[in-house]
Design a binder for this molecule. Structure first.
Ligand code: CAA
Length: 255
């Protein structure tokens, strides 16, 4: 049997735990992972499920981004379509009927940072490291990152991180409001469980509608711009150089 891209488990507290299962590629989000997310979050959970914990396998990464190897030779149309698909699926997560908590250990970069931001809350330990390093590849975030980072931490800080690609440490992420809580490594999972158990004691309709009212996602205009520019960067030599440099494990040389 083929190894699943996302492992599923239900705890005794009736929490669905989803684990992105590509540890060797730092849980990079390839087509298989994205399709699995799309399938899971297109369906409602049975009534007894109180919430979802989404995590990466291993301790090194939540997810190190979209799978760079998959889009190395993309042109405008393919890149734009990839971006639109990711935007659509991440929206389903943000609008899900039960709370979804991203459990972040290690890197949450690019499409991985965008995935964590599409969840309703983020809990991590001190290894949690966020960032939108796409600019280093000569591209930009394509799964809602230009919009959600701005919504979550404000325009001034967001533009700095988007333009420099600098990593955001757990302490800074907590201060910026990107991480709800930073706790000891052995307490991360239980912190997520405690929160979801508490929410599970509330009225399910109140929980669902609070999510829908609060998690107003990015505007369509913001998404359209992002997907268009994501496609456009793939038409330039910049992304060719940036992506080749990553794959060849060297620093890119931009003009
Ligand atoms: N896509 C594909 N493979 C990836 C990956 C990614 N985003 N991130 C890491 N990997 C792979 C590496 O290629 C490497 O594979 P090999 O062993 O086959 O060479 C393996 O994971 C381990 O990675 P490193 O050897 O690079 O590990 P490191 O500890 O030296 O560095 C890292 C860790 C800083 C996270 C580094 O891997 C890195 O910079 N990754 C890329 C981060 C990135 O640019 N993310 C944005 C992607 S673009 C995107 O997400 C666009 C979008 O919004 C839609």
């Amino acid at each position: 049997m083929e190894t699943p891209y996302i492992l599923k488990e239900i705890t005794e507290e009736n929490i669905l735990v989803l684990t992105i299962n590509r540890p060797k590629a730092l849980n990079a989000i390839n087509k298989g992972v994205m399709d699995a997310l799309g399938e899971i979050f297109s369906k409602r959970q049975p009534e007894h499920i109180v919430g979802v914990i989404l995590q990466g396998s291993g301790t090194k990464a939540f997810a190190a981004g979209a799978d760079i190897k998959e889009f190395a030779d993309y042109e405008y149309d393919q890149a734009k379509a990839l971006s639109q698909k990711g935007q659509r699926i991440y929206d389903k997560i943000e609008q899900y009927h039960v709370p979804v908590i991203a459990l972040v250990r290690g890197f949450a970069l690019g499409g991985g940072c965008e995935l964590a931001m599409a969840c309703h809350m983020r809990i991590g330990d001190e290894t949690a490291t966020f960032g939108q390093p796409e600019v280093k590849l000569g591209v930009l975030p394509g799964y809602g990152g230009t919009q959600r980072l701005t919504q979550l931490i404000g325009k001034a800080k967001a533009i700095e991180y988007l333009l420099t690609g600098n990593m955001i440490t757990a302490a800074d992420a907590h201060q910026l409001g990107l991480l709800n809580h930073v706790v000891e490594p052995e307490a991360v999972f239980n912190t997520c469980v405690s929160l979801l158990k508490k929410i599970g004691r509330m009225g399910p309709l109140a929980v669902e509608t609070t999510i829908k009212a609060t998690m107003l996602g990015p505007s369509q205009e913001g998404y359209d711009q992002e997907a268009h520019f994501f496609g456009e960067t793939f038409q330039s030599d910049e992304s060719t150089e940036g992506i080749s440099a990553f794959l060849e494990k060297r620093k890119p040389k931009f003009r």
